[in-house]
Design a protein around this ligand. Structure first.
Ligand code: RP5
Length: 163
């Protein structure tokens, strides 16, 4: 399958969080490719990955990192593709460090920052599907069904109690 979405992460340990994004993309039959690309430990790889991303047929990039999380911002600086940043829940500061270093981009270079941890990873994939669905009617129809099913599931199980 052609990989339209890249999931890049600062460390293999981030896959525990970002794996959920790949599962949702697979559910929607969206091709994805996951790879460790560390802004600090493999900076040259970061440059070549981001610079070639569009030419390699990618359309959306999900970038997750923890701590001093420079990966999403650096990727966004090097490619015009939309970059969705996922702050990984770090041990020392519970992901506040990751969140603030991803969300506070300077004006002129955009990263779409999601929630800390697995909710953010899941929603990054959902947002990637929504972006791709703009130019893909089959995907758009699947997304409508998925959203409707979620709504129906919540409604069907919405009664809490009473006397
Ligand atoms: C960041 O440091 C990674 O994104 C990861 O969240 C964090 C810890 O990395 P490891 O020490 O587990 O490799 O680069």
């Amino acid at each position: 399958m052609m990989h339209k979405v890249a999931i890049v992460m600062g460390s293999k340990s981030d896959w525990e969080t970002l794996g959920i994004a790949s599962e949702l993309l697979t559910e929607f039959d969206v091709g994805w490719h996951a790879e460790v690309v560390s802004a600090h430990r493999t900076p040259e790889k970061l440059f070549s990955f981001a610079r070639n991303a569009r030419a390699n047929g990618l359309e959306v990039i999900i970038a997750g990192a923890g701590g001093a999380a420079h990966l999403p911002g650096m990727v966004a600086a090097l490619t015009p593709l939309p970059v969705l940043g996922v702050p990984i829940q770090s041990k020392a500061l519970s992901g506040m460090d990751s969140l603030l270093s991803i969300v506070q981009m300077p004006k002129g270079v955009a990263v779409g920052t999601l929630a800390i941890g697995t909710a953010g990873a899941f929603n990054a994939a959902l947002l990637a599907v929504q972006v791709l669905a703009l130019n893909d009617q089959v995907l758009a129809a699947k997304l409508d069904i998925w959203r409707d099913r979620q709504t129906q599931t919540v409604l069907a199980d919405s009664h809490i109690g009473g006397n």
